[in-house]
Design a protein around this ligand. Structure first.
Ligand SMILES: [Fe+2]
Length: 147
């Protein structure tokens, strides 16, 4: 996470003509992402997730990660709405920092929401289609909309 924050900071402060130290840092970032982060994710698929699947099936809640997404989605929506509201009622021209913050908020919201929706569509809903009757699916939909 520390490296990722540094990557964002570098992108935020990238000068039009990056000097030697920035170029070096970018090369280190590339190295970190390709040789640390990608193999780490692959290692998780091979070693961690098969065991996690068994543990969660037995002791946990498989949709806990989806619920965690919702916590972050609400935060991203709140940030976006706060900035959008500020911009919508602005009386003067918008400073660059506000426009950048708004752009970031929109990108973050879009990214998280698209990943979350894809997970629901591909990893969750097929089970409902396959293993529930139409009557049971209707009951789920009713409960969702009636809360
Ligand atoms: Fe959701």
């Amino acid at each position: 996470m520390k490296n990722l924050k540094a990557i964002v900071r570098r992108a935020d402060t990238l000068p039009s003509r990056p000097g030697g130290s920035v170029r070096q840092a970018l090369k280190r970032d590339i190295e970190f992402l390709r040789t640390d982060l990608v193999p780490h994710a692959e290692g998780e698929e091979i070693g961690l997730y098969p065991v996690a699947d068994k543990l969660i099936r037995k002791y946990g809640r498989p949709t806990a990660t989806m619920s965690r997404d919702h916590v972050y989605l609400k935060r991203k929506i709140a940030t976006y709405c706060r900035l959008a509201g500020k911009i919508a009622s602005a009386k003067r021209s918008l400073p660059a920092a506000t426009r950048t913050a708004f752009w970031k908020a929109a990108i973050r919201l879009e990214f998280l929401l698209s990943v979350h929706l894809e997970a629901e569509e591909k990893d969750l809903l097929p089970y409902f289609d396959k293993y529930l009757s139409q009557k049971e699916v209707n009951a789920v939909i009713e409960k969702m909309h009636g809360h």
